[in-house]
Design a protein around this ligand. Sequence first.
Ligand code: NDP
Length: 323
Amino acid sequence: MRAVQVTKAGGPDVLEVVDLQDPTPGPGEVLVDVAAAGINYIDTYQREGIYPMETPYVAGLEGSGKVTALGEGVHGVSVGDRIAWAETFGSYAQKIVVPWEKAVPVPDGVDDEQAVGALLQGMTAHFLVNDTYPVQRGDTVLVHAAAGGVGLLLVQLAAAKGARVIATVSTPEKEELARGAGAAEVIRYTEVDDLAAAVRAFTDDEGVAAAFDSVGKTTFDASLASLRRRGMLVLFGAASGPVPPVDPQRLNSAGSVFLTRPKLFDFVITTGELRDRAAGVYAAVADGTLDVRIGHRYPLDQARNAHEDLQARRTTGKLILTP
Ligand code: NDP
């Protein structure tokens, strides 16, 4: 099979297409023909070594496809079933072996690309607005990088809960997408000198109940300064680079605010939790209340271009690698 392998940490050019032996499923695993592999920002942190990885490895955590063989002791799934996964390395490939406990059934009404577009990023948006900061009707919240994969889903879910969403984006095209997803106000953060002042101006200077910040280094200070008293800064990514250490006293000065740095895998710990959360997101996709925008599709041998585009802020919505 063809796969995208990484043998050393580095830039996009360390993503190499190679021929590998087809994998075989061991006990508790299923073999899958990959229909769509999901590209996520975390793939770039792993490729660069920001999250250290043992090499060589086949890139990509997420995908969807059809089960073609079952390992010993696997029950509750048949050959031919459609599944998706968000926590199994080796997804940038034509075939993959997935531990059955990490697999999620894909319901009718959700296609292979939507299954990927809604899984890692969809469950992330879902836990952020339901569990990290339970968004309330009438809240005003800030969402950075609102036209991105997570961003577009987060705006939709927060708006559906009755929040007023202030979104940030870098271009007019992205502004249109953020508004289409339900953002009430959009700030092109690359064009303002004082981002926090621009956010606060939309709230009569009160500040926002929560700031969902996946950009990190370049937005952290503004996110903190945008909060209302006792608001919450939800730092969940570092697209612009990691945030330097923070003095807790700053949380006091900002108005007794809360700071948290959550990750999805702590919100889908058991198979039950994973499948329940995925089922909730997929139900919203199937009934049309959650729109998954596939921004770009790349063939396997263009994985490098995909990572370059993602890190150069040229993409919107979900990126799919098609094996
Ligand atoms: P996106 O599609 O959101 O792409 C990243 C976006 O970040 C860009 O399009 C860009 O939007 C914005 N950005 C701002 N500054 C920079 C910069 N200097 N370099 C690159 N991009 C920048 O990616 P994903 O949806 O895959 O992921 C979004 C974020 O969420 C990532 O930080 C990721 O790590 C995080 N994440 C965290 C999870 C968790 O569990 N904690 C789970 C999933 C994702 P614009 O041009 O509008 O500025």
